[in-house]
Design a protein around this ligand. Structure first.
Ligand SMILES: [Zn+2]
Length: 312
């Protein structure tokens, strides 16, 4: 038997079509959404639930409000301890890592000044230590690695008496260097300072104040603070102790960093001038602090912006 192109089911029948539509309408009517049912967003399924959900952010806010001062205190304490520890361990505040410092700016104009001594350890370091001890002053000593090899005991005495150490290269290198030589000059000195005295320093002073021969740049990349000076009485150029003292005192300013030398030659003139320098500055109301201390003071007064984290 030949099949019809359309089966019975597929053939259009108006009565069937009407009944199907009618049945569908009934079905929809039976299950229509009514206000306040499942389909309504305002359905109060359990009155307690929306209330509890709404109160979660409030609890969080309240807890945060209570925790914020605690967190702040913890953070302040952490920063204070950090600064104290860093100062004790001959490190600048983190904010100064990788930066070059000539002087610190103190809006208060507080009369603080940092004495620094370069090119030791050296036999002349010993009488300088005596004078500093008698005057209860702590200073900062930028040491040369090769001199440290010759006078490690003097370096240990410097540390024992509470002074701060900085790195002044191995050979007092003035000339342009590549990273390999810079590493030998700076990293070897750092290792020797650590070996001989137990000190880990991140204070660097470039020999001759040269900021462009590759050494300062290498040190800055190694998170050293590159410490220059704002008062240079040129104590290695001869002249009388009195005139040397005058040159320091006349240039003194709040937040000043004084460049003096305890090593690398005959420093008798510096030794002779030091008591007059100290007395003259004290008469003018100056207190003596180390380099990490004076940097921390700037931080307290100026709110120096935190160092940006290194991007990978
Ligand atoms: Zn030097």
């Amino acid at each position: 038997m030949a099949r019809s192109p359309l089966s019975n089911r597929q053939r259009f029948d108006p009565s069937v079509a009407f009944m199907s539509t009618f049945n569908l309408s009934l079905l929809l009517l039976a299950f229509r959404p009514v206000p306040g049912t499942l389909f309504s967003p305002s359905l109060p399924l359990n009155p307690a639930i929306p209330k509890a959900v709404a109160s979660v952010p409030k609890i969080e806010t309240a807890a945060r409000d209570r925790l914020n001062p605690v967190k702040q205190t913890v953070e302040t304490t952490r920063q204070n301890v950090d600064r104290q520890v860093r100062s004790t361990y001959h490190l600048p505040p983190r904010e100064f890592e990788g930066r070059t410092i000539h002087r610190v700016e103190l809006p208060s104009q507080r009369r603080v000044i940092a004495l620094t001594f370069d090119d030791g350890p050296w036999p002349d370091t010993v009488p300088i230590l005596d004078i500093l001890r008698e005057n209860e002053i702590r200073a900062t000593f930028f040491m040369v690695g090769s001199h440290l090899q010759s006078f490690p005991e003097i370096a240990r005495q410097v540390v024992k008496e509470g002074h701060v150490l900085g790195n002044h290269t191995w050979n007092h290198q003035y000339y342009p260097v590549n990273d390999y030589i810079a590493s030998q000059e700076i990293d070897n000195t750092a290792a020797s300072l650590n070996q001989q005295t137990g000190v880990y320093t991140r204070l660097f002073r470039p020999p001759g104040g040269n900021l462009t021969n590759g050494l300062a740049n290498y040190a800055a990349r190694g998170n050293y603070a590159v410490v220059m000076w704002s008062i240079n009485p040129e104590d290695t150029y001869g002249g009388s102790a009195a005139s040397l003292a005058d040159r320091v005192i006349s240039q003194a300013h709040p937040g000043g960093i004084v460049l003096l030398h305890d090593g690398g030659g005959n420093r008798a003139q510096t030794v002779a001038a030091l008591p007059t320098i100290i007395a003259g500055l004290r008469d003018r109301g100056y207190e003596f602090v180390t380099v990490p201390e004076i940097l921390a003071m700037e931080l307290e007064e100026q709110q120096v912006p935190a160092k940006q984290p290194l991007t990978p």
